[in-house]
Write a protein that binds this ligand. Sequence first.
Ligand SMILES: [Mg+2]
Length: 250
Amino acid sequence: MPIPLVTASLMHDWPRPEAAFLFLDFDGTLVDIASTPDGICVPPDLPDLLAGLWHRTDGRACIVSGRSVDDLAQYLPDFPGDLYGGHGAQARIAGDMRDHHLAGSPAILQYQAAIRDFVADHAGTLAEMKAAGAVLHFRNAPDLAAEATRFAEQLVEDDPDMVAHPAKMAMELKPADVDKGGVVSSLLRDGVTPLFCGDDTTDEAGFAVVNTAGGHSIKVGEGETQARWRVPDPATMRRVLKDWLAGGTQ
Ligand SMILES: [Mg+2]
């Protein structure tokens, strides 16, 4: 069943920022996806928008991304809020860094080396390293999607501590006990309503927790989702967030 597009009138059901906890994915949600992870362009209006959201929610606006925290901080150097990277395997909370216990472990280094080897042998694929995982991108080699997916799945199939999770034109190896829903669960509290904005399959875990908590889940772009609302693209997502700050008017 189609889910409703966010409109000004529907936004009247949302809590005011002062009573909300805002969880924001980054790529494909706040910024357009590029052909490579480092090819993205941060829109000029995004830093002020994020600062405004952070202030109005009394610090309850955070980024929850698959990227590493260092990567996020590089793109958002002035963002004062908490950053959750690697889907929650890594965090910068009130300026303090926290890493998953598997970060830098021999097993992780072995998986990273295997993905680097695969990329060296398969033109067009790309390796992205995380402290507690790695991503095998095949956006620029779509013909290799099946082979790359199978390779990533087989790498961790005998390791109960790790999973191979499909993402947009990529396969991600990450700790099995980490997902975005876990980040939301750890931060839920009485008196504030959670909102989660995301575009990818890894955001569905966040949507699920927010829905159960009576919050609002917003899917950016096409695709099957359990989110309650949809916007077509990151530019519209940013405009909706601006309107929300301004009181729901357009
Ligand atoms: Mg995304």
